[in-house]
Design a protein around this ligand. Structure first.
Ligand SMILES: [Zn+2]
Length: 484
């Protein structure tokens, strides 16, 4: 018995042959795709539990956001007009005032709003790294979406000790890995060479030995001081740091790499590690000299690259399709035209991201046997027609607003832009309430014209402990990097 049947669609399968069916049907049974083939007349009056007529519309795999933080989704709009140095300073102050005073209700509302945004932007899977992973697992699980979530480990700038953070991460894995019918899985997520002490890296290596199936998800080479910071943990450079702890292999996900060079690209590709690229955040808030990740070398050596939004609430966009467009524009600007084809970008948003997360046996393409994570994109409008290059339309013209139906595990979570799996009004009410609390507690002022940070110096707003730890560990480097 078929539970769901979509017919008369332009099916962009993202299978190995990049096959597109001009007029196709996708059948789903028990959450799994049972067939993908040309539409037959009987499909239109099928006895399936739910039938979706997708005439002239595109049906493709759900999008995968390969790197995101979520905790502070409710600060959206506060940072949009800041410069790079100011952003880091204000974010640091906010993390250390909001986190202890606002409590779980703030972060729960943030996660639920993030789920609503993710869903309405067609992102069926997210790879998240956060300080409130348990709230995240529950919000994702209940919204019907899919996620890999890591408990973010960063003891240098955080008051909690390495051992306490590692214990929290272990508890998270034990409680939430492989829950909600397998839609929620865990990763191990050290913040990167900039935020972790030696003791933390040792503990991460122990976690990995205990949970060898999990992804290791981290930031690397995101500042000019990356080598100095790795030296603080006794390594020659950030890749050497991972290598020393046995953390650099095909289960490793490396975000940013803005200061990595050609030889780093070769080491990453040789190890089979995956690269998570987040173009908007670093171009929006550029501070200091312009640097970009070594894309030509990564391509030459065959590294797998996927795309993520990183901190969508800093630059006010949750549109992963536009993020892929930014990836192309900025890489072409840096290295010359044709860095990626439109098909490359579509693969990065779907099957290549699934491969990075170790989920390519379950999602990332529309093929029999895979879980049914599917989006329907409306391109039957004057904004898109007439067209002749569908992959280009899907990466250059379409925005997330064109995605009208979202299905995960065969369940319809949104149909024709009506959200079915979440109580939208309660998400909005909680977000508005918690945002008012945020402003009252932190002193940020907002109006329709913009936002103003509090006048008070951050040295008065942040307790001395995290600042002193940071200075002891990295001294001048961190002062310079954060502009204090
Ligand atoms: Zn990040």
């Amino acid at each position: 018995m078929t539970d769901l049947l979509i017919h008369d669609a332009i099916v962009v399968t993202m299978n190995q042959e990049n096959q597109i069916l001009k007029n196709g049907s996708v059948r789903v049974t028990d959450g799994v795709i049972s067939s993908v083939r040309a539409t037959e007349p009987g499909d239109r009056d099928s006895a399936a539990g739910r039938v979706i007529d997708a005439s002239e519309k595109v049906v493709m795999p759900g999008l995968i956001d390969a790197h995101r933080h979520t905790d502070f989704a409710l600060v959206q709009g506060l940072f949009s007009e800041l410069g790079g140095g100011e952003l880091l300073k204000e974010a640091f102050a906010l993390y250390h005032t909001a986190e202890p005073t606002l409590g779980d209700s703030f972060f729960e509302a943030a996660w639920r709003l993030a789920c609503l945004r993710q869903l309405t932007h067609g992102v069926t899977t997210v790879n998240a790294m956060d300080f409130t992973p348990g709230l995240g697992a529950e919000a994702i699980g209940e919204s019907g979406l899919r996620a890999v979530i890591g408990s973010e480990l960063a003891d240098v700038l955080d008051p909690a000790s390495a051992d306490d953070q590692l214990a929290t991460a272990r508890r998270f894995i034990e409680t939430y890995h492989d829950t909600y019918e397998g839609r929620v899985t865990a990763s191990i997520a050290p913040g990167g060479e900039a935020g972790c002490s030696r003791r933390l890296w040792e503990g991460v290596a122990e976690l990995r030995a205990d949970y060898p199936d999990l992804r290791l998800h981290t930031h690397l080479y995101d500042s000019a001081e990356a080598d100095t910071m790795a030296a603080g943990s006794g390594a020659d450079d950030p890749l050497d740091l991972l290598d020393r702890y046995g953390l650099l292999d095909e289960r490793t996900l490396l975000t940013h790499l803005l200061h990595a060079d050609r030889s780093d690209a070769r080491r990453i590709a040789d190890a089979g590690a995956h690269v998570l690229h987040c173009p908007t955040v670093y171009s929006y808030f550029r501070a200091g000299e312009r640097t970009w990740f070594p894309l030509p070398a990564l391509q030459e050596f065959g590294a797998n690259v996927a795309i993520g939004l990183d901190d969508p609430f800093w630059f006010d966009s949750w549109d992963l399709v536009r993020e892929a467009k930014h990836a192309r524009l900025l890489s072409n600007f840096e290295y010359g035209a044709q860095q990626w084809s439109s098909y490359d970008l579509l693969r990065m948003l779907t099957i290549d991201a699934a491969r990075a997360l170790g989920l390519n046996d379950r999602v990332g393409s529309l093929e029999p046997g895979k879980r049914a994570d599917v989006v329907v994109v409306d391109i039957d409008t004057p904004r898109h027609r007439p067209y002749s290059n569908l992959p280009s339309v899907l990466t250059n013209t379409v925005t997330a607003g064109d995605i009208e139906t979202v299905i995960v595990d065969g369940e319809v979570l949104m149909e024709e832009r009506t959200v079915e799996s979440m109580d939208v009004e309660s998400v909005r009410t909680a977000a508005a309430r918690e945002r008012e609390r945020l402003q009252a507690r932190t002193g940020w002022e907002t109006s329709l014209a913009g936002s103003t940070p509090p006048d008070e110096s951050i040295l008065r707003r942040v307790s001395a402990r995290p600042l002193l730890r940071a200075l002891r560990q990295y001294g001048r480097g961190i002062v310079h990097q954060h502009g204090w």
